[in-house]
Design a protein around this ligand. Structure first.
Ligand code: OAD
Length: 225
């Protein structure tokens, strides 16, 4: 079967990465527009670089959890595409081979001069780190107010899916949250989140629990189809 999986920060919560909007989440301790917008970067690049340096450092200290691993295993029997809003690489490290990063990747940076000039980056990024054209490098992250270049590809993936699985997202950030609208009428949809923003209906079955247990239940249902 062709399965599209849309994930958010909740899938990585049990690995030890904070979500954004839960209490004690990342956006509680930071002003979003200061650290995640082009204006914020223009006003105080050091603050922004430091925010993502901390995230990058933390990412290198954590491991994929049961949910990432179970989703990777799903590839054994199915065609699976993970569409993630996460900028971490935990799906890849768990073994998923087909991952679309809607909001960019923490372990990549790009030139402020040429957005297609993208480099792998595992250490701190500092003011004065330049691309080959002598322009400052910035995190390869989609900031608020910026276009989401992969959204059309993601919408097509959802349109073609026989099953849609959503894990650990507050479904508050568009256009990602709108992807569910692209699911085919006959495609069963599952949503795993301990504090779900959607309730079960004829179209979607909700598992109001953590990713580590909820994803296994969804996979159980899929394998019984
Ligand atoms: P949010 O922080 O908005 O939502 C996290 C979701 O994860 C919530 O619905 C929680 O209930 C759920 N959650 C918490 N613990 C969980 C667990 N153990 N298992 C499963 N779910 C759990 O994060 P996102 O929806 O991913 O964008 O946020 C979307 C975007 O907003 C992010 O990609 C980021 C942010 O601003 C950018 O930075 C561009």
């Amino acid at each position: 079967m062709n399965i599209a999986v849309l994930t958010g920060a909740g899938v990585s919560a049990e690995s030890g990465l904070k979500t954004f909007r839960d209490s004690n989440g990342l956006w509680e301790g930071h002003d979003v527009m200061s650290v995640a917008s082009p204006q914020g970067f223009a006003n105080n690049p050091v603050l922004v670089l430091d925010f993502y340096n901390q995230r990058r450092k933390q990412l290198l200290e954590v491991e994929p959890n049961t949910a990432h691993k179970a989703l990777a295993q799903l590839e054994k029997n199915h065609e699976v595409t993970i569409i993630t809003q996460n900028v971490d690489d935990l799906h890849e490290r768990a073994g998923s081979t087909n991952v679309v990063h809607l909001h960019g990747e923490l372990l990549k940076v790009r030139s402020t001069f040429d957005e297609d000039l993208v480099l792998d980056w595992k250490t701190d990024l500092n003011l004065g780190d330049f691309c080959e054209h002598n322009h400052q490098l910035r995190p390869h992250i989609v900031w608020f107010g910026e276009a989401v270049p992969l959204i059309e590809i993601a919408a097509k993936i959802v349109e073609q899916a026989d099953i849609v699985v959503i894990v650990g997202t507050s479904m508050q950030v568009y256009p990602a949250a709108g992807l569910i609208q692209h699911a085919r009428e006959e495609a069963p949809c599952y949503f795993v989140d301990p504090n779900p923003s959607i309730h079960s209906n004829s179209k979607i079955k909700v598992f109001a629990e953590k990713a580590s247990t909820g994803v296994l239940k969804v996979i159980d249902e899929i394998e019984k189809m």
